[in-house]
Design a protein around this ligand. Structure first.
Ligand SMILES: C[S@@+](CC[C@H](N)C(=O)[O-])C[C@H]1O[C@@H](n2cnc3c(N)ncnc32)[C@H](O)[C@@H]1O
Length: 755
């Protein structure tokens, strides 16, 4: 039996499934299992190359019986099995999730373990064993993080250190244009003053006026100071010190043009770091961002010692340039802080209101996240779900009354995928998507193009593993997303650069054309500083092989910096989503409009489920990726339709005041403080400093406020409302309450419980 990609799926007499992938196995699970009726268990024997494994999955209770009769039950050895268990979506497979959780814990895939246990708790909310396992997991994660954190040198984290100040292509022209605007719109003059010979008397007058101006400045009399400096400059227009002083006086009067005019007239060689910085600030207010960047770049170059302001100001210009156009229609702006990009409300946003919507620039398969059951196929290009009636109704589709099945088939949209003509593997929802995909990236990375591209797809299908010389499956890629996403970014850059070259009558793109092609990805600022390429040698070599020949003699060099940078861009900016408008919704809409027999339609209702299964993919979202984390998040992110395609919608969880930062959450905020922090440190490399983390405690044996330790064997009483902070005295509790516990304790976040 062959899958659409040509993968050999052999069904043997003993129902042994060889050479499988998760989706194949899922689709074929009913064909390939032995059912143990007596013990209500199904056996899955999974063979990959020479490795054979047996998993017994209990289908119904009683659990004890299954365990005792099959010592190998739940012999879950690796993530394939964990993922497989998760994909079964059974109603009563708590044991499967326990085993999956334990296996994932052993494999140090803590997030997977956590989601396995959570799935188990969904079935039996207070399952004792799972709660114990979750506690154990919590301890393991904290220990792991503490060990790793101790091994790293504690660094003063500052996002600007990772940001480049390289000019963008086209900036030279923009620079000239902005100088013109400066002269024409803001009437900034470029003047030189002849050197006047002046005698002692004039010199004395200049000195007196300067001193008087200086005294006025001290007394905060800016207007008077400005007048004094003007008198001095009339006598000595080339005195750059006085000009700088007058700029300060004008700045204090908020006279932008006057301030900048004086700074502009100071010759470049005479401008201090401070002058460049102030000039940049004025240029930002003129909205002349390329010029402003130039001035802040100069200020950065002249910085000695610790002064991050010019660097931060520079990046502020960058985010206005990059994100300004994306936020014109929403009540937000993107700014730059010491922890990178951040989104702020530009007006009050009522609870429930949409804050913004976003669509992905690049999307690809979800990887390594067992809780997302990606069994539903979707368009490889636009992520539209290709959910079939069989996948939606599952076994009930064949058992429902035939007239109902006919009704479904009549109104269910066509979800038959359209395949790439070359590889006959990659699926699309339409010819349009197939053509667009081909023209933008697929022609470079189509698995039919070379053995290297075929290997990349295969690797992605096998969740990052491939056989080594001995046939043992080894992990070649340990990213949490499919390596195809990176391949797609590079392939898109290549095709864009090639077409820019073609437009100017060339074949090989110029440096500028490459830079233009990379420009859409500038929005994805990445802060990774730990080199990943050492650990991913194999896949890096594979990418190098693929992109060394992009056709027409063009190659794209994947340097170490390029590899690391793009890897972190993806890591820092990906978000899982799925199109909320599925074939199921279209079906319901069509059925609703149709004039069908009411009785028949009503009979169908009992087969409808609350929510259709999702076809999750992950995408790089330019705006959404700027959302920082808080354990007291004020927005919620959900799947949404954006310009007719799948994307994300960000809604206010409560009223957000103008100027407040917009925070999402990266983790399950029901987790206790210590675990939340460990999780964030492990996955995102930062220690959370949100208000909740500041006012909640970790243990009852330490006073959350003053840090005092409880006597041996004793515990301090906890906050009666939230039980998330413990105090040694009423005094400590009162102080903590005033300092912020009150604000946090009254929120719904504090009412959540974990496990
Ligand atoms: C998806 S990005 C969010 C936007 C980010 N500031 C940026 O510009 O890339 C995630 C990264 O932002 C930073 N971050 C997010 N929330 C943070 C917080 N509460 N404290 C410190 N850093 C945070 C961390 O570096 C994290 O890895």
């Amino acid at each position: 039996m062959y899958s659409s990609y040509g993968t050999k799926l052999k069904l043997q007499t003993s129902s042994i499934l060889s050479s499988f992938t998760l989706s194949h196995l899922h689709l074929l699970k009913d064909l390939c299992t032995l059912t143990d009726q007596e013990n209500n268990a199904k056996e899955f024997i999974v063979e990959q190359n020479s490795e054979k494994r047996q998993i017994w999955i209990p289908m119904t209770k009683p659990k004890s019986l299954i365990k005792s009769s099959h010592p190998g039950t739940m012999n879950v050895q690796n993530l394939y099995d964990v993922k497989f268990l998760m994909s079964l979506n059974p109603a009563d497979h708590v044991d499967a999730f326990i085993s999956g959780g334990r296996a994932a814990t052993k494999l140090e895939k803590y997030e997977d373990a956590y989601h396995c246990y959570k799935a188990g708790l969904k079935i039996v909310p207070k399952h004792k064993e799972i709660i114990e396992d979750l506690r154990e997991l919590q301890k393991i994660i904290i220990k792991d993080v503490e060990t790793k954190a101790a091994a790293y040198e504690e660094r003063d984290y500052n996002a600007v250190d990772f940001c480049t100040q390289d000019p963008y292509p086209g900036d030279v022209d923009l620079f000239k244009l902005e100088v013109e605007i400066l002269e024409k719109k803001y009437k900034i003059k470029t003047e030189t003053f002849p050197q006047k010979p002046f005698d002692n008397l004039v010199q004395q007058q200049v000195a007196n006026a300067t001193l008087a101006g200086h005294n006025c400045m001290q007394a905060a009399k800016w207007k008077e100071a400005q007048k004094c400096f003007t008198m001095a400059l009339q006598q000595d227009p080339n005195n750059y010190v006085v000009r700088r002083l007058r700029a300060d006086a004008s700045n204090n009067l908020d006279e932008i043009t006057a301030t900048f005019q004086d700074l502009w007239l100071i010759p470049k060689m005479k401008r201090t770091q401070d002058t460049w910085k102030l000039g940049g600030k004025m240029l930002m207010r003129f909205d002349l961002l390329v010029l402003a960047e130039f001035w802040f770049r100069k200020a950065t170059q002249m910085t000695t010692g610790k002064d991050d302001e010019p660097k931060i100001l520079f990046q502020k210009c960058r985010v206005i340039r990059l994100y300004g156009p994306l936020t014109t229609d929403c009540p937000i702006k993107v700014d730059f802080t010491e922890y990178g990009r951040a989104i702020y409300a530009t007006e009050d946003i009522p609870e429930g209101e949409t804050v913004f919507e976003d669509s992905p620039i690049v999307l690809g398969k979800v990887f390594d996240t067992v809780h997302y059951k990606t069994t539903i196929q979707s368009c490889d290009h636009c992520a539209q779900s290709l959910l079939s009636p069989q996948e939606y109704f599952m076994e009930t589709f064949s058992t429902m009354e035939s007239d109902l099945r006919d009704l479904v088939l009549k109104y269910w949209p066509n979800t038959k995928p359209i395949y790439c003509k070359n590889c006959k593997f990659v699926k699309y929802c339409s010819n349009d998507c197939r053509t667009q995909s081909w023209n933008t990236y697929h022609k470079i990375i189509c698995p039919a193009r070379s053995s290297a591209t075929a290997r990349l797809f295969k690797l992605s299908e096998n969740l990052g593993k491939e056989p080594d010389e001995t046939g043992t499956m080894v992990e070649v890629w340990d990213g949490h997303f499919s390596p195809l996403i990176l391949a797609r970014v590079w392939a898109t850059i290549v095709t864009t650069a090639k077409s820019l070259a073609r437009e100017s009558g060339d074949i090989i793109p110029t440096k500028d054309q490459w830079a233009m092609a990379k420009s859409p990805y500038r929005k994805f600022i990445a802060y990774g500083n730990i080199s990943v390429e050492k650990d991913q040698k194999e896949i890096k070599a594979l990418f190098r092989e693929i992109f060394s020949d992009c056709g027409d003699g063009v190659s794209y060099e994947i340097t170490d910096a390029e590899y690391n940078g793009r890897y972190y861009q993806a890591v820092c900016n990906l978000q899982v989503f799925s199109s909320p408008w599925t074939p199921y919704h279209k079906f319901l809409e069509e059925l609703g409009r149709a004039e069908e027999d009411e009785d028949r339609t009503l009979r169908l209702l009992k087969y409808l489920k609350e929510k259709p299964p999702a076809s999750n993919v992950c995408g790089m979202f330019p705006l959404h990726a700027c959302l920082n984390h808080s354990c007291l998040n004020n927005v919620e992110v959900s799947d949404g339709m954006v310009h007719g395609k799948g994307g994300v919608t960000v809604r206010a969880k409560r009223t957000i005041q103008k100027g407040e930062e917009i925070f999402t959450t990266y983790i399950d905020t029901a987790m206790p403080r210590k675990l939340r922090r460990a999780w964030l440190y492990k996955s995102f490399n930062f220690w959370c400093r949100c208000p909740r983390c500041q006012v909640e405690g970790d243990d009852a044996d330490v006073c959350t406020k003053c840090g005092k330790k409880a006597p041996e064997g004793k515990k301090f009483p906890g906050c009666g409302k939230c039980m998330k902070a413990w105090y040694c005295s009423v005094a400590c509790q009162k102080i903590a309450w005033k300092l912020g516990h009150k604000l946090v304790c009254s929120t719904e976040h504090s009412k959540t419980s974990y496990g």
